[in-house]
Write a protein that binds this ligand. Structure first.
Ligand SMILES: Cc1cc2nc3c(=O)[nH]c(=O)nc-3n(C[C@H](O)[C@H](O)[C@H](O)COP(=O)(O)OP(=O)(O)OC[C@H]3O[C@@H](n4cnc5c(N)ncnc54)[C@H](O)[C@@H]3O)c2cc1C
Length: 1003
């Protein structure tokens, strides 16, 4: 291995200085960037948005914003001059254009052309150097069916035209001779996520079905035209699904004996060896070998950050040497199984490749059945060395448009500028061969680590700072279920099936429960599954005003005992409740699926949020339970928080567990007793919450459960002289009515308190799409924010405000994405848009759609077909040319209806967003730091989101709640929320007696 490695290294180094990154951008800029994290972030972000900056003014502005005076001082002189010229003076437009051209040229270095003709010319050039190629059309996750079609069509053209040309190319034994005859001359790599716009591991069956419908014709074509197809590997979340689809198609009768297909295994994944073992067993069974390209993996930063943010186990190795060691173990494994898994080693690490070559020689594997693979535009001297050593080398050649190419470029830049990169260590830092070729182990990473020890120390400090406050609070958000994991899907599916069977046996009887006594008599109403009218879920015993009076009375009597239990005791009860929810999370989520039509992921998130509320408020209660003291010599002051009394909780159906649990537990943990009124549409979820809170230890008298119609019991509860707090979440109309009722009752003769009303109301939330925005991300986020849970969230996006320059392109992509949304029953995992909550909601949303059709232009409308007869379904609708002051521009719709507005500049966009009485959520997609800054300062909303969707606030991380007509309380899930249920009382004692004061108390 050492001998082979030194040979390769010697030859590669001899080819310098055209080494790895001859151009200044990757080498020079990358070099400065590695020593300066802030600079790295700025440069990469600037590079990322470059293709969008096609006019000198915007370009100049971005250059000034990213490369400000502080950064200029940190740049080396040559670059400083160029950038200064571009930022100001007469030559600014010229210099700015030159910089843009340089960046785009750099991107093109990694890209083999913008169209198939250029790509095939580049491919032929590789063959002339005795190398093979695999062509990859740039583009990743697609947002619509038409984009997926376009991707498949491009491969169809490639696989139709290129093999014809290739047949005339002169033979090259090193490239063309395979283990069982000639290798296909044309080789393509493709990404499965680009073949289906709803590519999602939550629904393996549906996704496979749709992907295979586009993949099969491509495989057929490849087979017929003697080409090879390789499936790339993307994020860990889609890895199992990608492998499953690969296996499925490769096992199909028409392809089972076809050896010219392959898949990727990423060795930075901890589970890669296990995957290889199962691939080997499968391939043995198949009877025909497949190619396995071993890579380390291109998404290390993403996988790490994403998993950490989600609270999931990080799937990638955290030490570079572990990835290298895993790569070598995987190499040995494929070499040992080379007759079933044809080894393709994709790496620029000469240690990794030399190790593979040595193992191959040691095991005497036929070289024609092995190949080395490298990327276009990277490590060219290494390529010469590998070919000269007599190994087949295949070059991975992406081609296509620059905009999708930027994601690829940024991955390459990240790789090239990484402290751990072999290329950087070998060709830029000139680490000695012995260290470069050392076996992977903790010591081997020293070569990279030592020189940057200071940088790493600083990074470690950053991490400590980031983790600090989180760790200090002892609160962590409950991780959402990871539905790319088979076990999570199975648990949810089983819960859904169990519940469907339960409902088949008859509806659940929902009693009202006061003082622990269940009452089922009196008027009842039925609740139906919104996805299927025929399924009756529950018979609800509607509460009456008399029940309301009794419930408040019992709650009032229960106050002293509940308050007497103390903060710690009550906080423990909340944590027990969280534990019960955690154990029953899939069951609770399944109830939401049937009761309110929440798709799986949304239902699971609601349960997780309910758990968060319990844990966070328990934590906050322990903080507030400590009286605050300010003691001076001779004076002691103690401020403590006391419960207000009886709290009435009136909750909505759209987050049936989380909001009800949040308001109820906040009231309880602060020592109030509670009359809980769930929405009539979600009484079963409410009942389950009531049961589990009692199971956790809330005394029955302290928590009444009053399902029923709001208009019947609501006014009685709100106006009751003993109701001290009203916590409400719901519509603006009801919220304002509650404010009025509470005010009137508070002012009435004989009243002994001013009621505290906490009301979270609606929104008319908007997202701005700036003219430099990443449209790929903006389309996905707008769709998710507008149509997640059918737009029935108070945080949902119902307006998109788009800058003129990108308006048409954005609307085109958005409308295709909307048309591609899958509407279906909530119980099916692949459903993106489920039903509306009830017939009334359906009528209301339809009437808004009618208004839209009369007053605006409908650019997308999804027809729900036969679903309309089955449930309360309405398809997503998109309107343009909407009057900002009209109905669609002003009124909360609470359904899948989205209005698009065109504006000429950013300031106008902000004015338009702020031009409603609401102020709940707002967002902006922009890559201009000054615009992001402006939006953060000027958007009038309680929750402002930059470059992400505007729904899905997490407890503590994004305390949630609006102002203006969106709400009158402080933010749920935030540090001031509990105080609203409390009154503060301060006791001051003069401790001075005849000039003598006791010593000060320890604080
Ligand atoms: C032909 C070809 C095809 C490819 N196809 C794919 C593909 O389908 N999917 C894909 O994901 N990638 C693919 N890649 C990209 C590939 O993953 C990266 O180029 C590769 O990881 C770089 O590894 P290396 O051995 O060349 O370099 P090295 O410098 O030896 O290794 C760098 C790699 O180490 C890993 N690493 C870095 N820091 C750490 C750390 N702290 N802890 C653990 N690991 C760390 C990262 O994965 C990084 O990429 C392909 C590459 C080639 C050459």
């Amino acid at each position: 291995m050492q001998q082979i490695g030194r040979g390769l290294l010697k030859q590669s180094l001899a080819a310098e200085p055209t080494a790895v990154s001859p151009e200044w951008w990757t080498q020079q800029a990358g070099e400065w960037a590695t020593h300066d994290d802030d600079l790295k972030v700025r440069l990469f972000r600037l590079v990322d948005c470059m293709p969008m900056l096609d006019d000198p003014t915007t370009l100049g502005r971005h250059l000034r914003e990213y490369i400000d005076d502080d950064v200029i001082r940190r740049l080396p002189p040559s670059l400083r001059l160029a950038i200064q010229a571009a930022r100001s003076g007469l030559l600014a437009p010229l210099a700015a254009r030159a910089i843009r051209a340089a960046v785009l040229a750099q991107a093109r270095r990694f890209i083999a052309g913008s169209n198939p003709a250029e790509a095939s010319r580049a491919a032929l050039a590789q063959r002339r150097r005795h190398r093979g190629f695999t062509l990859d059309l740039l583009g990743e996750a697609v947002a619509s069916e038409s984009e997926a079609d376009a991707y498949a069509d491009a491969y169809t053209r490639l696989l139709t035209e290129l093999p014809r040309l290739a047949a005339a190319w002169p033979a090259d034994p090193l490239v063309d001779d395979g283990p069982d005859g000639p290798m296909p001359r044309v080789n393509v790599s493709l990404k499965l996520s680009a073949l289906d716009c709803q590519f999602d591991a939550i629904d393996p069956l549906g996704t496979s079905h749709r992907v295979l419908a586009r993949l099969r014709p491509l495989w057929r074509l490849a087979r017929a035209h003697a080409a090879q197809v390789h499936i790339d590997m993307e994020s860990h979340a889609t890895k199992d699904l990608t492998l499953a689809i690969f296996r499925q198609i490769a096992m199909e009768e028409e392809f089972r004996d076809w050896p010219h297909c392959g898949v990727v295994v990423q060795c930075y994944l901890r589970e890669s060896l296990r995957d290889l073992e199962s691939l080997a067993a499968w391939a043995r069974d198949r009877g025909t070998p497949v190619w396995v390209r071993l890579v380390k993996g291109a998404y290390w930063d993403f996988e790490t950050v994403h998993a950490e943010a989600a609270g999931w186990p990080v799937p990638v190795w955290q030490q570079k040497w572990q990835t290298d060691a895993c790569y070598e173990a995987a190499t040995t494994f494929v070499m040992e199984h080379a007759t079933t898994l044809r080894p393709a080693l994709g790496s620029h690490n000469l240690r990794s490749l030399a190790h593979g070559m040595a193992v191959a020689e040691h095991l005497d594997v036929d070289r024609r059945g092995i190949e080395m693979q490298m990327l276009h535009g990277m490590g060219d001297p290494e390529k010469e060395a590998v070919t000269a050593a007599g190994w087949r080398l295949r070059i991975y050649m992406p081609y296509g448009e620059l905009v999708p190419g930027m994601a690829y470029l940024v991955r390459r830049l990240l790789e090239n500028s990484s402290n751990d990169s072999f290329l950087r260590a070998g060709f830029v830092k000139h680490v000695p061969p012995a260290a470069l070729l050392a076996a992977p182990g903790p010591a081997a990473s020293v070569h990279a680590a030592a020189e940057d020890a200071a940088a790493e120390d600083a990074a470690a400090e950053d991490t400590a700072v980031a983790a600090g406050p989180l760790a200090a609070t002892g609160f962590h958000n409950e991780p959402l279920a990871d539905f790319s994991v088979d076990a999570s899907r199975r648990c949810m599916q089983e819960a859904v099936e169990r519940l469907a069977a339960r409902f088949a046996a008859g509806p659940v009887a929902i009693p009202r429960v006061i003082d622990g006594q269940r009452v089922e008599s009196g008027e009842t109403f039925s609740r139906h599954d919104p996805s299927d009218h025929d399924r009756v879920i529950a018979h609800v015993a509607a509460a009456t005003p008399a029940d309301a009076l009794r419930a408040v009375k019992v709650a009032l009597q229960a106050l002293p005992a509940w308050q007497g239990l103390g903060w710690e005791w009550r906080a423990d009860i909340l944590e027990k409740a969280a534990g019960i929810m955690r154990r029953r999370r899939f069951e609770l989520a399944a109830i939401e699926v049937f009761e309110v039509g929440k798709p799986w992921r949304e239902a699971d998130a609601d349960v997780a949020e309910a758990i968060d509320f319990c844990c966070y408020y328990a934590h906050e209660a322990r903080r507030l339970g400590q009286p605050a003291r300010v003691d001076l010599p001779g004076e002691e002051n103690t401020t403590e928080w006391l419960p207000r009394g009886v709290a009435v909780v009136i909750a909505p159906w759209n987050f049936p567990l989380a909001i009800l649990a949040g308001m109820t537990t906040a009231a309880l943990v602060t020592g109030n007793t509670v009359v809980m009124k769930p929405a009539e549409q979600s009484s079963l979820t409410g009942l389950r919450l009531h049961e589990l809170l009692l199971e956790a230890g809330v005394p029955p008298a302290a928590l009444a459960f009053l399902p029923g119609r709001g208009e019947e019991v609501g006014p009685t509860l709100v106006s009751h002289p003993d109701a001290a707090v009203v916590a409400f979440t719901g519509s603006r109309a009801v919220g304002m009515a509650i404010h009025a009722q509470a005010a009137t009752a508070s002012a009435a003769a004989g009243s002994r308190q001013v009621k505290r009303v906490i009301a979270e109301m609606g929104g008319k939330n908007a997202i701005i799409v700036d003219d430099d925005a990443d449209l790929d991300e903006a389309v996905v986020a707008v769709v998710q924010s507008a149509f997640g849970f059918q737009g029935q969230k108070c945080s949902a996006c119902s307006r998109v405000v788009v800058l003129d320059r990108v308006h048409d392109a954005f609307v085109r992509r958005l409308s295709e994405a909307v048309k591609s949304l899958r509407v279906g029953p909530a119980a099916e995992p692949g459903t993106r848009v489920g039903p509306l909550v009830d017939a009334e909601a359906l009528d209301r949303v339809r009437s808004f759609i009618d208004v839209g059709r009369r007053t605006a232009r409908e650019v997308a409308a999804v027809d729900v077909g036969p679903l309309a007869g089955r449930g309360w379904f309405v398809g997503p609708h998109l309107f343009t040319d909407v009057d900002p002051a009209g109905t669609l521009g002003q009124e909360e719709i609470f359904g899948p209806v989205l209005a698009v507005f065109r504006v000429s500049d950013f300031r106008q966009a902000i004015e338009l967003v702020n031009g409603t009485p609401y102020g709940l959520t707002a967002g902006v997609f922009s890559r201009s730091p000054s615009h992001l800054h402006e939006a953060a300062a000027a958007l009038q909303a309680g929750n402002v989101y930059l470059n992400r969707g505007i729904t899905g606030a997490l407890v503590r991380r994004q305390p949630f709640g609006g102002y203006r007509m969106s709400g009158s309380g402080s933010k749920a899930g935030g540090p001031e929320y509990l105080q609203q249920f409390l009154v503060a009382r301060t006791v001051t004692e003069n401790t001075l007696r005849r000039g003598f004061a006791p010593p000060r108390r320890a604080e």
